[in-house]
Design a protein around this ligand. Structure first.
Ligand code: HEM
Ligand SMILES: [Cu+2]
Length: 841
């Protein structure tokens, strides 16, 4: 908090060493226990990756348990219940706790360095995301130890996972644990999107971005759209399990298919969400190791955008056997085959790059080869499965399991091992020694192919997935035994890779800068990287993967770029115009703090109270979370107008509190986009049930309440309009915010009346949906009230003026969204009622 007018001049350090000392004093994260307060992206990124590897090891051990069980007929190693927990947790850990967090960690570590920034846009947010991930993940693994882990398969199909068929708390562990972890993924997605769009070096236009940033931008956007349906599904299923609201129960107007749609709306893009970061790493590594530039940059960008769009249209191919109309089936089958095109474009671009360059057979390249071989085979079996008649035959057999592992291990694990060998030198400042690397690779590669090739065959011979034993007569024993032996060979290989990487960290050869002769900016930082990445920030006038880090690096370290000085002890970095890369403004980042840790603990308490069914504690935990989040804000803000700041090279730029659209404004825009996706899924869920669920229309019940709905509608409009009065001028601002606050409270009141008047929401899904929509709007109005109150507080504390009205602008985004979503929500029961009058089916 700055009480006096901050000094806006600056002093150049004079020597690089002094500059380094000054910057380090400002950006460093402390030692020992103080590390828990670190928010720096280098530290948080490494934490994510290391934690993900620990989960990978746990998931791998579970895979070994599976293979041990399946190695012989009628094995008694695990019983049916244990086996169900083990394979479910294997899938859950690999998909949610290993793959996603690992690439998030890589992106968090790399992106600011590749884009030429000093940190991410919201360092505290990524620290919070890390703790949520750690707590949520540990909680799932702990459940496994206590034998209460989820056992309904990684996609948790209803009704198997509904209360009557899964009475224990196993399914609740999945629903709550995964939602907790997803919060972390969503916050990472917002963080990554805004960082890529705004926190680049001046001169780095969109078309000059390193290709990895393009990949991550598309992936983050896909996460923003893909994860909310799953979060919604989890909330609805948990609410059904806990409070008996029948969203998925066909006897009361629900439909188990709703879960499948919500799940695969997420689950199919998920495969691409996992593949694209790996492909981004490949597109970065292959040209460097082939001593040339990437071929077809523009075409690749077009291909990944196309892939993102296609992937959302395809979820239904996981549901061919549930009875989808025929025309729809052929459409989805064709579209599934169509994804082969953008995938092919990328593969040909990589091959062309290699053909035009001089590939060196280094260790990362060996893993790139592993990727090509395994992934292409997985793609071929994928095309087979995309054909509807074949899918009917192979559905839910080990053929599918084999295909899925060729795609996931080929498309993610091999590229990530290549990435580890390629970037670990950046993290540690040491290069591989390379004695173990080759045997380790071959063990993994051969072991993998033996394991999963055999599974194709057992699958074709009809062995279903998810069975814990099979009879002697089936004739699957030899193949299964071979597969299990392959699995153990692969495990030994992975263990050797781990040993090899640890050797690299400890005994690798040291180097000065840019050992691979790469052209991307991350190699212009010192290695290991300093807390602030760059002594000063570059101006980019070339494509950002064709730079010369060995020349640029010393130049930036000497302070000859932008911001090569310190001012006020501020942690400063630059933003640019999203498209052109023109210098935009200065961002002052928050200092290290324990708040993200505390907030994550409170969030964990919220989920734990739900799981333990201690519902009295839930609101307390929720209030604690809100209060802690509000405590994040006092350290950001300005009490005076300070005007343009010198940034070096004779250029000036405004402080982020004094501009209209700083990163935090964009973050709210993207968060609302994710929120709107969730809400749209909810509304469509209601209509889907009306169209397809049995037992519609509902019994003759009236669930529309005109009076309170009209009051709430007027109040919502009032909140959105009155917030426009709050423009930073005294008088009007307080008046406007006060009306907004009251209007939101009126909405909350009116909707509470609506919710309490609903006749028995447990009796029919139509009523349950109406309740869910009303609860959504109430929650948003409630948060709107908190934001209006927050605005009043910021005004009184002196943070707001006509020039500095960021808090108001963020509030008004929220109030506008709430008004629109609210009006839709108020109309919802009326529309549903009139449709059910028309008689669903
Ligand atoms: C390390 C070597 C691995 C082995 C030996 C292995 C083995 C297996 C086996 C045998 C199954 C089938 C269980 C059954 O249907 O009864 C399975 C399921 C699965 N695996 Fe793996 N796996 C490995 C790595 C991975 C990786 C790296 C991922 C993802 C990144 C992954 C994701 C999955 C998923 C999602 C399932 C489906 C679980 C379900 O049906 O609910 N696996 N794995
Ligand atoms: Cu799919």
């Amino acid at each position: 908090m700055m009480d006096n007018r901050p000094e806006t001049g600056f002093e150049t350090a004079g020597s690089p060493i002094r500059l380094h000392r000054q910057l380090n004093a400002i950006w460093g994260s402390g030692q020992g226990l103080q590390r828990l307060s670190a928010v720096n992206h280098t530290i948080v990124g490494i934490r994510f990756m290391v934690t993900a590897l620990v989960f990978f090891a746990i998931g791998g051990i579970l895979a070994m348990l599976i293979r041990t069980q399946l190695a012989s007929t009628n094995s008694t190693f695990l019983d049916a219940a244990q086996y169900a927990q083990v394979f479910t947790m294997h899938g859950v850990i690999m998909m949610f706790l290993f793959a996603i967090p690992f690439f998030e960690g890589l992106a968090i570590y790399l992106l600011p360095k590749m884009l030429g920034a000093r940190d991410l846009a919201f360092p505290r947010m990524s620290a919070y995301g890390y703790w949520c991930y750690l707590f949520g993940g540990s909680f799932l693994v702990a459940a496994l130890l206590f034998g209460i882990a989820p056992d309904g398969g990684w996609f948790m199909y209803t009704p198997l996972s509904s209360r009557p068929y899964s009475p224990g708390i196993n399914a609740d562990v999945w629903l709550l644990g995964i939602t907790f972890v997803e919060i972390s993924a969503l916050s990472a997605a917002i963080e990554i999107t805004v960082t890529i769009l705004k926190l680049r070096s001046p001169g780095m236009s969109l078309t000059r971005m390193p290709i990895f940033a393009w990949y991550m931008l598309v992936v983050a956007a896909m996460m923003l759209i893909g994860f909310p349906p799953l979060i919604l599904g989890s909330i609805l299923l948990e609410v059904e399990r806990a409070f008996d609201l029948p969203f998925f129960d066909p006897t009361r107007g629900g439909d188990p298919l709703l879960w499948q749609h919500l799940f695969w709306l997420f689950g199919h893009p998920e495969v691409y969400i996992i593949f694209l970061p790996a492909a981004g790493a490949l597109s970065t590594i292959i040209p460097v190791l082939s001593r040339t530039r990437l071929e077809g940059y523009g075409l690749i960008v077009a291909a990944i955008v196309a892939m993102a769009f296609l992937s959302f249209g395809l979820w239904v191919h996981h549901m061919y056997t549930v009875g989808i109309p025929h025309v729809a089936l052929s459409f989805f089958s064709a579209a599934s085959a169509l994804v082969a095109i953008p995938t092919g474009i990328q593969i040909f671009a990589w091959l062309a790059t290699m053909a035009h360059g001089r590939p060196q057979f280094s260790i990362p390249m060996l893993h790139v080869f592993g990727f090509f071989f395994v992934f292409v085979l997985g793609g071929l079996t994928g095309v087979m499965l995309a054909m509807v008649p074949f899918d009917w035959q192979a559905h839910d057999t080990h053929f599918v399991v084999a295909h899925l592992h060729y795609v996931l291990v080929g498309g993610f694990v091999f590229p990530m091992m290549a990435a580890a060998y390629y970037w670990l030198p950046h993290i540690t400042g040491r290069q591989p020694v390379q004695h173990l690397s080759k045997p380790a690779f071959w063990l993994v590669f051969i072991g993998f192919n033996v394991t999963f090739f055999a599974m194709h065959l057992t699958g074709l011979r009809g062995m279903p997935r998810r069975v814990f034993e099979y009879p002697q007569e089936a004739g699957w024993e030899v193949l299964n035994f071979v597969s299990s032996v392959g699995g153990f060979v692969m495990t030994i290989g992975f263990a050797l890779v781990a040993v090899d990487l640890i050797m690299l960290v400890r005994y690798g050869r040291r180097f000065r800068r840019d050992p691979w002769k790469a052209g991307t900016l991350e190699w212009a930082t010192p290695t290991p990287a300093t807390s602030y990445n760059f002594g000063s920030l570059p101006h980019i006038d070339n494509r950002a993967d064709a730079l010369e880090p060995s020349v640029l690096g010393p130049d930036l370290a000497a302070g000859r770029g932008y911001l090569g000085f310190t001012r006020n002890g501020w942690m400063e970095t630059l933003t640019v115009d999203m498209v052109t890369g023109r210098l935009d403004h200065v961002v002052v980042l928050p200092r290290p703090t324990y708040l993200p840790l505390w907030t994550a603990i409170a969030t964990a308490a919220f989920f734990a109270s739900l799981l333990a069914k201690l519902y009295w504690a839930t609101p307390i935990a929720l209030l604690a979370v809100i209060a802690l989040f509000l405590l994040w804000t006092p350290s950001t803000g300005l009490k005076q107008n300070i005007g343009p700041l010198e940034v070096g090279h004779g250029e000036r730029a405004l402080h982020h509190q004094e501009v209209a659209q700083p990163p935090s404004w964009w973050a709210v825009v993207f968060a609302l986009a994710a929120d709107a996706t969730l809400y749209t899924s909810l509304i469509f869920g209601g209509f889907f049930l009306w169209l397809s669920a049995p037992n519609w229309p509902p019994p003759d019940l009236d669930f529309t309440f005109a009076g309170p709905s009209i009051i709430a509608g007027i109040a919502l409009l009032g909140a959105a309009l009155s917030t426009r009065l709050a423009d930073g001028r005294s008088g009007k601002t307080v008046f406007g915010l006060a009306i907004t606050l009251v209007a939101h409270l009126v909405t909350v009141g009116a909707l509470s009346v609506v919710m309490l008047s609903l006749p028995a929401p447990t009796s029919h899904a139509a009523l349950a949906s109406a309740l869910a929509v009303a609860a959504y709007v109430t929650l948003h109005a409630g948060i709107g009230a908190v934001l209006a109150g927050y605005g009043l507080w910021r005004w009184h504390a002196g943070y707001i003026s006509v020039q500095r009205k960021l808090d108001l602008r963020i509030g008004s985004l929220w109030h506008d969204y709430t008004a629109i979503a609210g009006l839709v929500g108020l109309a919802f029961p009326f529309v549903l009622q009139s449709l059910t009058g028309a008689g669903g089916r």
